[in-house]
Design a protein around this ligand. Structure first.
Ligand code: IVH
Length: 717
């Protein structure tokens, strides 16, 4: 079983629950609590689980079994009384009017028989009395509570710890499957509709492809992708991600519009919700098991992930009588599917380089069938994951098709390791023909750990096309008629291999040779181009021979230098010569240049390191110089000379009372001042409001002029 690396382990882990003494049970119970809490945190807050659902369930089961044998261990803090992890601090909190609970799990057929037997006994049913169940797939997404008041959607909240969730209203409003207003005449004043937000497998694969291309976070499975997409601070990001929603439960509900579970589902559909089309009425244990089997067979062909089926007592009056035991209802159970696992041999560990230069290790496997699909590769994510698993060439590994899509390596069968297997050494050079150095960086948010990338940039053939696409994109050089399709074609023909080639294309036209034919060609004569479009293309290229400095910097595609950063750098240095000189000095290790850059507003260590790495590579420098020779780079907007603050560097600290920090910054920049984030000897003014702290101290130390907000306002005109 995989465990988190830093969890202490001792021998009690090897004993069965029956074998544990009370003292050992106490220690094991505490250890499991810590381990489960850590997994919950990773799952609910980081959207990045470290173990499979099956492994997590096994930990939970062992924890529950220990409490069943030693009930004294079941304190108020027991995890069996709580669900999930506390909500993440990023979103406002919502207290659920009715707690969002979880489901008990059944794994074996006997668990299902026991479940039905318990219900019959609890309700004291006569032998001939039938219990009708509503059976439905268990969607592997994230649960959502939608509160409607007078028919209008007012709140969307995640489950969180079951009592308090996260307010993601603005985000759920962007989902097509979630009605903003309920349809129908008899809508209770308050309706809390609950269900599952999910991402289809197809959408997940497409999203990951886009993310990988743009250097964004790549998700492990559709559930994480759905969670990550929903828990975005910017709703437009959620809107751009295709998320679906199935309604299957409810919280606070004014008056119940039906008296059965299946009736409620029909009512949800009449209100405008999507409900799962595979939902079915079952009248016996055999009926439930047949449903489980039937859905398991369909599992692979469904376009969304499911991890089992759920059986719910159909009569709501019986649901009411059955009630809840700690965290789950007595009237429902999740019948899980066994995880689709297999063992096989790691033939090799290969490094793949994505378009943004990220190095991803991939286990090349002896082909093996998992859940009906032949698997030959499994992702190892990054260097940390290889270390965590200690996977080596020749190892026998357990793999799983996580969320049915990306095969993952769960662990190594260490007992069967070949004697000559050596720990894997992550490469320090990119496998590209240039063998450029690689750099490790930790991604902010940390969900995916550290990523390693090639410093070859434009020169690395794996990255070249991605960079060229970025170069001509709308916010960079924005060259009409040179979209992804055309640039890919020119790149393939080796006519445009670096940005400077775009500007020499016209003079080379007519002398270009097609790769297969080898004949000299004019672009106009190639199918799909034509005289007019080529003329327009060359005009569009000519129109970009003059380019503002910030666009030029942005177009270089330097990691971490997005548009805003490019503007800050352009304003800070004013001209290409000044910026280029500074980058050269930075790459040579000049400390003063580093400090000068650090004093610029919005520029910090990540950007500076990235600029240093980029300009330290000779092939990057050469390409940039070849490009700069082809274009005229316009200086950044000149500061207005008539203002007293033009050209001055200012730092704001403390609370400003007459303007917001953003306003202050914008007006200072409009007048040509440079707004810095920290005080250095080069700072001209520190504007200090109430509560100013260490920056004020620094200003005094360096003898920098300190102004009140009013004094500043007088000066800044
Ligand atoms: S009913 C009182 N029905 O499974 C419990 N849950 O393990 C109400 N889930 O938190 C839940 N599909 O996120 C229910 N058809 C379904 C479901 C389903 C997925 C999730 C849900 C819940 C978790 C419990």
């Amino acid at each position: 079983m995989t465990t988190l690396g830093n969890m202490p382990r001792n021998d009690t882990t090897k004993l069965t629950v029956e074998e544990l003494s009370e003292k050992q049970a106490k220690a094991e119970h505490a250890r499991l609590a810590a381990e489960i809490a850590e997994h919950d945190r990773r799952y609910y807050q980081d959207d990045a689980p470290a173990v499979s659902d099956a492994e997590y369930d096994a930990l939970r089961r062992r924890y529950g079994a220990i409490e069943a044998r030693f009930p004294r261990l079941r304190s108020a803090e027991s995890l069996t009384r709580h669900v999930g992890a506390a909500p993440s601090a990023r979103f406002a909190k919502v207290r659920h009017a009715v707690p969002m609970l979880s489901l008990d799990n059944a794994f074996a057929e006997d668990d299902v028989r026991d479940f039905v037997g318990r219900i019959r006994r609890f309700l004291r049913l006569a032998d001939d009395e039938e219990v009708v169940f509503s059976a439905e797939p268990k969607i592997d997404g994230l649960s959502m509570s939608l509160r409607y008041e007078d028919g209008a959607l007012v709140t969307g909240a995640t489950r969180g710890d079951g009592s308090v969730g996260e307010d993601v209203t603005a985000n759920v409003k962007t989902l097509e499957d979630i009605p903003k207003r309920l349809k129908g005449k008899t809508i209770p004043a308050v309706c809390e509709v609950r269900g599952e937000v999910y991402m289809t497998k197809q959408a997940f694969l497409a999203l990951n492809k886009r993310q990988a291309e743009s250097g964004g976070q790549v998700f492990a499975n559709p559930r994480n992708a759905a969670a990550g997409s929903l828990r975005q601070k910017d709703p437009s990001i959620t809107a751009s991600r295709p998320l679906g929603f199935f309604a299957y439960a409810w919280g606070e509900m004014g008056a119940l519009p039906a008296d059965t579970q299946s009736g409620m589902i029909e009512w949800f559909a009449s209100c405008g919700f999507k409900t799962n089309p595979l939902t079915k009425i079952c009248r016996s244990v055999e009926g439930l098991l047949a449903f489980h089997h039937e859905i398991e067979l369909q599992r692979g062909s469904l376009d969304y992930d499911i991890d089992g089926v759920v059986y719910k007592v159909d009569r709501l009056d019986w649901q009411e009588r059955l009630g809840f035991v700690s965290r789950s209802p007595r009237w429902a159970i999740a019948h899980k599917f066994p995880a689709e696992k297999a063992t096989t041999v790691v033939r090799d560990i290969e490094i793949q380089v994505g378009r943004t230069g990220t190095l991803t290790p991939v286990a090349k496997l002896e082909p093996v069938t998992v859940g009906g699909v032949v698997v030959q590769n499994a992702t190892l994510h990054n260097e940390e994951e290889i270390k965590r698993l200690d996977v080596r060439q020749g190892d026998i590994v357990t793999i799983q098709r996580a969320g049915d899509v990306i095969p993952q390596v769960l662990g190594v069968v260490v007992e069967k390791r070949p004697r000559d297997a050596r720990p894997y050494k992550f490469p320090t050079k990119c496998p590209c023909p240039l063998h450029s150095d690689v750099v490790r960086e930790t991604i902010a948010g940390g969900a995916e750990g550290a990523r390693t990338h090639c410093t070859g940039e434009f020169a690395c053939p794996y990255q070249a096309l991605g960079h060229l696409e970025h170069f001509v994109s709308r916010r960079a050089f924005d060259i009409d008629g040179l979209g992804e399709k055309q640039i890919a074609f020119f790149y393939e023909q080796e006519w445009i291999e670096e940005p400077a080639d775009i500007f020499t294309l016209r003079e080379r036209n007519g002398k270009l040779r097609l790769k297969d034919g080898g004949k000299k060609t004019r672009i106009e004569d190639i199918e799909g181009f034509g005289e007019i479009s080529v003329r327009n293309l060359f005009n569009a290229i000519e129109a970009r021979r003059e380019i503002p400095l910030e666009r030029f910097i942005y177009a270089l595609g330097i990691r971490h230098v997005g548009e805003t950063t490019a503007v800050a750098l352009a304003r800070g240095y004013g001209s290409w010569t000044a910026f280029h000189d500074a980058c050269g000095k930075l790459a040579a290790g000049d400390d003063e240049t580093r400090q000068e850059m650090d004093a610029l507003d919005q520029i910090g260590d990540t950007v500076i390191d990235s600029l240093r790495d980029y300009f330290a590579e000779a092939h990057n420098r050469r390409r940039v110089e070849r490009l700069a020779a082809q274009v005229r780079i316009l200086d950044a907007e000149k500061p207005r000379a008539e203002s007293a603050i033009a050209g001055k560097t200012v730092v704001f600290t403390g609370t400003l009372e007459k303007m917001t920090r953003d306003e202050a910054k914008a007006s200072a920049e409009r007048l040509g001042a440079k707004v810095a984030g920290s005080v250095s000897r080069k700072t001209d003014y520190v504007v200090a409001g109430p509560g100013a702290g260490s920056k004020l101290g620094k200003a005094k130390e360096f003898g920098v002029k300190i102004l009140s907000e009013d004094e500043w306002l007088k000066l800044a005109r």
